[in-house]
Ligand binder design. Structure first.
Ligand code: ADP
Ligand code: ASP
Ligand code: MG
Length: 438
């Protein structure tokens, strides 16, 4: 049996948590390959090393030199190695890293150093080889992962090794330049290693005892989800349940490798298993989980008889294509069509440009833009089995005094997405949780 263990930022936050992680690895001979994140927060208000590194890059861009932010990064790593009592050349490595950051002038390279340094330290602590992901994770020129090459290189690097530590979050392109995944991407690195070595289990160690039915920062102590299908996970993580990166399922899905979310600080807690949809055991609940995000913009388009106008949708989509904008959802009615966009990804003036483009392309009766919309996804295979789910959902939202701005029911019947004003986001999540879980 082969298990791959990925430890997140809180599990790498200081010497003591790294020791815990190492003890977890060593307690089970099947735990062979370890993927690590950069040190995260040790307490509320603390800095994540990755955030400090992004700040370092800004400093280097402005002044040409690593400054205060890098000083904080270096202090974190020095205190970790001192705490662990390792004979590790921390000072030498940290000065070398500073020089490389100044020479490379690359945001991705700078951001990747948290995982690189944490990986080196963890390998030293476990007394096993360190694998630099530059050698094993390959990105194409367009920034997409070259899956096949990555699996082959990773398998090759790990072949014959009893144990090893692999740095998460980054890889390199064909020219050897470092590239990172998007934030939280060490989860993807862990899935890649699991896939490449043909693991039986991908353990994802974090600071919560599994996937919870909703964000614990909104509802205190929500119930734990015991079992989640890949599809449910994808819906929930894409919509903001950031326990696991939404792209982490792709490498393991193709090989049917289950994921187990575990708590480094309560290793005996059961956690959440995430399994292929075909092996999913229906738990009897109508709703499996709730997730959501704020700050979407909705472009609402109305035109009588748009349904019979051939090429109507295509002409609108070509406006999005022309501006290089992707949208999140596209709920539609007979004479209406809406496009939901992530406002944080829109440059200044882009919304106005899109609206003018759409007006020109299809001459609608009305186009309106709603800002500051929050989306809440209610997800579960059980929803299609239980009559009246949407009635319960909307009654609960109405009872909370919240006005629904938009509804989108996925054609898979796996989710219903509701749009509300940003200000009503938390209240709506609580009301939906109360309805389906209390
Ligand atoms: P790591 O650093 O281990 O990768 P993350 O911070 O990325 O950890 O993810 C774990 C955090 O996700 C939890 O501490 C919790 O605050 C947050 N979270 C958001 N939604 C959920 C949810 N539905 N279930 C559990 N945790 C959630
Ligand atoms: N350290 C990176 C981040 O903070 C990647 C990760 O933790 O998964 O986003
Ligand atoms: Mg994470």
């Amino acid at each position: 049996m082969i298990k791959v263990c990925k430890f997140g930022g809180t599990s790498m936050a200081d010497g003591m948590t790294m020791r815990r992680a190492a003890a977890i690895v060593e307690s089970d001979p099947d735990r062979r390959f370890v993927v690590v994140s950069a040190p995260g927060k040790r307490f509320g208000g603390d800095n994540k090393v990755t955030d400090l590194l992004y700040e370092t890059f800004r400093e280097v861009k402005d002044t040409g030199k690593c400054g205060e932010a890098y000083g904080k990064v270096a202090a974190r790593f020095r205190s970790i190695t001192a705490e662990l009592g390792l004979s590790f050349p921390a000072d030498e490595l940290l000065s070398k890293t500073a020089r490389q950051i100044e020479e490379e002038q690359s945001e991705d390279f700078t951001a990747s150093r948290g995982e690189y340094l944490a990986g080196r330290i963890m390998a030293e602590l476990l007394g096993v080889p360190f694998i630099d992901a530059c050698e094993t994770v390959r990105f194409r020129e367009n920034g997409m992962l070259d899956n096949e090459r990555t699996y082959a290189l990773t398998a090759e690097a790990l072949r014959g090794k009893r144990r090893a530590v692999v740095a998460g979050f980054y890889g390199a392109d064909g020219n050897g330049k470092v590239r990172t995944f998007s934030r939280g991407g060490s989860d993807i690195s862990g899935a890649i290693v699991a896939r490449a070595v043909g693991a039986d289990l991908y353990e994802n160690w974090t600071d919560v005892s599994g996937f919870l039915a909703c964000d614990p920062r909104i509802v205190p102590d929500p119930v734990r989800i015991r079992s989640l299908s890949y599809k449910e996970l994808r819906e929930l993580s894409y919509m903001g349940a950031n326990v696991l990166h939404s792209e982490a399922i792709f490498p393991v899905r193709e090989a049917d490798i289950p994921i187990l979310i575990k708590n480094t600080f309560r290793p005996d807690d059961e956690g959440t298993e995430i399994v292929p949809t075909s092996k999913y055991r229906f738990g009897g609940r109508t709703v499996t989980g709730i997730a959501g995000k704020k700050n979407f913009g909705v472009i609402f388009i109305e035109k009588s008889l748009m349904n019979s106008e051939i090429g109507f949708a295509r002409r609108i989509l070509s406006v999005f294509e022309q501006y290089g904008i992707s949208f999140e959802h596209m709920p539609s009615g007979i004479d209406t069509m809406s496009f939901v966009l992530d406002e944080s990804e829109l440059k200044e003036g882009m919304m106005d440009a899109l609206v003018s483009g759409i007006e020109e392309a299809v001459h609608p009766d009305h186009v309106r833009v709603f800002d500051d919309v929050a989306l809440i996804a209610v997800v579960g295979h059980g929803m299609s089995r239980n009559i009246g789910t949407s009635a319960r959902l909307f009654r609960a939202i109405a009872r909370a005094g919240v006005n629904v701005r938009m509804i989108d029911q996925g054609s898979s019947e796996l989710n219903i997405i509701v749009g509300v004003d940003n200000d009503n986001y938390e209240r709506t999540v609580r009301a939906v949780y109360e309805e389906f879980f209390r």
